[in-house]
Design a protein around this ligand. Structure first.
Ligand code: PHE
Length: 338
């Protein structure tokens, strides 16, 4: 019997209506002369003595619940002056358009996921940098010709302050504060004084990675890169082409095998089937020294890629400017791709 009353309790709690007829029949069903409450009160006599207390309590709760409910619903109707609820006329009309992530954020987050799965942390640093963290610590002393590789925006009144040209500066900061083992990736916005075209922009985004521990070798670098390209592109066929960066030795450019199946493949790979996706190398001992890490004890690798470039390959986008125009027709195509 008690169970039955409890069932009615939840029914009463759930009851909602702003129709006075419905509310009235709800009231009659419970509190009317021949209503359920009277039936339950009549049954009270036959309840065994040891259950009387609980029975009485539950039954009273039900009675109060019914009365409160009816009172509240009637008050709500009164407040509306008997009218049906009308929707708020100042509200945005249905369907309310929902946004989605920017394609660069989608790609960045995917890359972060891939590296955090193998133990990399994410580190960030300032976009306005000093010469030391962007250049000198990275084995690029003043007047080093390689500084020309990255056309830099300097702050006019102070040539020591600049907009970072790569997120390698974050890795310098990280090494200055942490001792190996170090496994970190640094995503962020970078700036280069370049003419804007379909292929280049003066503001873009990078993710750079750094791994430093005992006896880290070039093999570790290659395996990490293979794991990365397999996870992101579903393809681990890569090749490492000798290259030069002042902060790594040896250095390499990473190409992924794209294939030569379509005309587009021919065009974007210039007929080779290979596409360059990033730079990498073994961290130069001078850089470790500059950052307070003993190069006799530790070694490491680093790599860096442009997020726009990766996104352009993944989504077959042919003009980098599209990322920065905030044209909703472009952006909404990436809905649901996260
Ligand atoms: N910092 C380099 C760039 O911006 C990329 C890179 C990072 C290359 C780490 C090698 C190792 O082009």
């Amino acid at each position: 019997m008690i169970e039955k009353i409890k069932e009615h309790l939840s029914e009463v709690e759930a009851f909602q209506s702003l129709d006075s007829k419905e509310i009235e029949s709800f009231r009659v069903k419970y509190a009317g002369k021949k209503g359920l409450l009277n039936d339950f009160f009549a049954a009270f006599r036959d309840v065994p003595a040891d259950q009387k207390k609980e029975f009485g309590q539950v039954l009273n709760t039900l009675k109060n619940g019914v009365n409160d409910k009816v009172k509240n619903l009637q008050a709500q109707i009164q407040n509306q002056g008997g009218k049906q609820l009308i929707p708020d006329p100042t509200r945005t009309p249905f369907p309310i358009p929902s946004g989605n992530r920017h394609p660069l954020s989608i790609v960045k987050n995917r890359i972060i996921d891939i590296f955090t799965q193998i133990g990399f942390t994410v580190s960030e640093g300032p976009e306005i940098e000093d010469d030391w963290h962007n250049f000198s610590a990275l084995n690029l002393p003043e007047y080093h010709p390689a500084r020309d590789m990255q056309d830099t925006f300097f702050v006019q009144t102070n040539p020591d302050i600049l907009l970072r040209t790569h997120t390698s500066s974050v890795q310098v900061r990280y090494m200055e504060k942490n001792q190996p083992p170090i496994r970190t990736i640094s995503p962020g916005r970078v700036f280069r004084n370049e003419a804007i075209s379909a292929r280049a922009h003066c503001i873009f985004h990078q993710i750079e990675g750094l791994y430093i521990a005992k006896e880290v070798s070039f093999i570790d670098l290659k395996q990490t890169l293979e794991y990365f390209t397999a996870s992101l592109f579903g393809n681990s066929k890569i090749r490492l082409r000798p290259s030069y960066f002042p902060f790594t030795e040896p250095s390499a450019e990473v190409d992924i095998y794209w294939g030569l199946e379509t005309e587009t493949d021919y065009r974007i790979t210039k007929g080779t089937g290979w596409l360059e996706i990033m730079g990498c190398g073994m961290v130069d001992p001078n850089v470790l020294k500059n950052c307070g890490i003993d190069p006799d004890e530790y070694s490491g690798f680093a790599f860096g890629m442009g997020i726009e470039r990766i996104a352009m390959l993944l989504y077959q986008i042919s003009d980098i400017r599209l990322f920065f125009e905030n044209d909703i027709r472009f952006l909404k195509q990436f809905k649901g791709t996260l």
